[in-house]
Design a protein around this ligand. Structure first.
Ligand SMILES: Nc1nc2c(ncn2[C@@H]2O[C@H](COP(=O)(O)OP(=O)(O)O)[C@@H](O)[C@H]2O)c(=O)[nH]1
Ligand SMILES: [Mg+2]
Length: 201
């Protein structure tokens, strides 16, 4: 499957305003600045579909993008930025957990981790929610252009330590907007999941 069309649909601040459609949703999560917006732009081949480098921790909304008029990509608010007050962090936690636990058409979640850093407590919490609610996910190690192949192997190993259900964790994907590494893997995972979904119906 190729991404032929990608269009921004809306930003959602309150889960009561989620789209009523039953299209599959592929969701991107990770700490602020991990490269979520850049990844969405890269896989959609559109430079400024999602806003890159906006003030970390300031984006509290879910952004919906409609792809090939067939499914959504959902950009969740980034987590774990040090300067964010506790009250806002608690708000993030509730918004994201409510979304993950209640939204039935979530097909797969991509958990983005900066390949230069260790997984954080919030990455681990995210993975534990996904496993608890039995949602398939993949771990994406972003900014792979910044580290060596050797270091990447080590970082994948470290990331595997926060995974407890290997059936739900579909893949570990090194990704870079600079080299394009990982782009096809992400698009293939999405196409495969959509095909399985159709086969089930
Ligand atoms: N070198 C490099 N920089 C990246 C990559 N992905 C994102 N960035 C940079 O990281 C910063 C944060 O990216 P952004 O997509 O806004 O992160 P978000 O907060 O998770 O949406 C920006 O300055 C990007 O240009 C990558 O693969 N390689
Ligand atoms: Mg962003």
């Amino acid at each position: 499957m190729k991404i032929k069309s990608a269009e921004f649909i809306k930003s959602i601040y309150d889960l009561r305003n989620l789209p009523s459609s039953v299209l599959s949703e592929f969701v991107f999560v990770g700490r602020s600045n991990v490269g979520k917006s850049s990844l969405i732009n890269t896989i959609c081949n559109k430079k400024s579909l999602a806003k890159v480098g906006s003030a970390p921790g300031k984006t509290r909304q879910l952004n919906y993008f409609l792809i090939n008029e067939e499914y959504y990509l959902v950009d969740l608010p980034g987590y774990g930025y040090a300067k964010v007050p506790e009250q806002i962090r608690a708000g993030w936690r509730k918004l994201v957990e409510d979304y993950i636990s209640e939204r039935e058409n979530v097909n797969m979640v991509f958990v983005l981790i900066d390949s230069r850093h260790e997984p954080t407590y919030l990455d681990e919490l995210m993975v534990s929610w996904l496993e608890y609610y039995e949602i398939p996910y993949a771990i994406v190690l972003t900014k792979s252009d910044k580290i060596s192949k050797n270091k990447m192997e080590k970082q994948i190993y470290r990331a595997s330590k926060i995974v407890h259900n290997e059936d739900l964790c579909r893949d570990y994907i090194p990704f870079s907007i600079v080299s394009g590494e990982g782009k096809n893997d992400i698009v293939s995972l999405i196409s495969g999941a959509l095909a399985d979904n159709k086969a089930d119906k």
